[in-house]
Design a protein around this ligand. Structure first.
Ligand code: PGA
Length: 251
């Protein structure tokens, strides 16, 4: 078996509802005209748009950008995995570097978030990636291994097989500086090897490992041609319908 190819658009904190609806329709229209071949397309908007977008397209699945550590209760402002599921989403980003940096999310919190997702039948898109300083200090492999070990390696084989990994070097996110295909492939191969050491061949060879960080309509083709890159988690370029759809067609 091969990993499922995935292109996911992380809208972050962009668009008001009317803009989100138009962008979504535009993407859906373009995909109707030229369908994606064997690529799972996911759009990941703000929580407040989930219910509006879920079920709106036959070819676009919906995900959330975050979920609560706790299952339910007195946690004002938090959104539980069960709520996300009930709104029609199928995926949740866990541990985006912006959440790790600005909202102090730790690997141990993310282990609990991935548990919440999986209990509610949501596939976590677990994000990992090193900062520029960590790479310059040659610590990038260690950082990635620790993020995997502490965030998702507590899961048993069967449950882990539902996890999607996104490698997003922090120095490449929103900066316009993309990892070269060689740099990205090196990290993706390392991630697959690390998963293989923990869970064995079958699970590692099936795991979708996405690249994220200034991936755009120009560079997606080269990145997606790498043997261990199974798609992309796209930020900025997912806010332009034509660019996002071009990325989807880049395999
Ligand atoms: P970017 O963001 O494509 O704008 O670099 C990617 C991400 O943060 O998921």
């Amino acid at each position: 078996m091969k990993p499922i190819k995935i292109v996911a658009g992380n809208w972050k904190m962009n668009n008001i509802l009317s803009e989100g609806l138009s962008l979504f329709s535009e993407i859906d229209e373009l995909l109707k005209r030229k369908p994606a071949k064997d690529v799972k397309v996911i759009i990941i908007p703000s929580f407040v748009f989930l219910r509006y977008l879920a079920g709106r397209s036959e070819v676009i699945a919906i995900g959330a950008q975050n979920c609560a550590v706790e299952a339910s209760g007195a946690f004002t402002g938090e959104v539980s995995a069960a709520m996300i599921k009930s709104a029609g989403a199928e995926y949740v980003i866990a541990g985006h570097s912006e959440r790790r940096t600005y909202f102090n999310e730790t690997n141990s919190m993310l282990a609990k978030k991935t548990d919440q997702c999986l209990k509610n039948n949501l596939a976590p898109i677990y994000c990992i990636g090193e900062t520029g300083n960590e790479r310059n200090a040659n610590k990038h492999f260690d950082v990635i291994k620790k993020q995997l070990t502490e965030g998702v390696f507590h899961l048993n084989k069967e449950v882990f097989s539902k996890v999607i990994i996104a490698y997003e070097p922090v120095w490449a996110i929103g900066t316009g500086v993309t990892a070269s295909p060689a740099q990205a492939q090196e990290m993706h191969a390392f991630i697959r090897k690390t998963i293989n050491e923990k869970y064995g061949d079958a699970i590692a060879n099936n795991c979708s490992i996405l690249y994220g960080g200034s991936c755009n309509a120009q560079n997606a083709k080269e990145l997606f041609a790498c043997p261990d890159i199974d798609g992309g988690l796209i930020g900025g370029a997912s806010l332009k319908a034509a660019d996002f759809v071009q990325i989807i067609h880049s395999f």
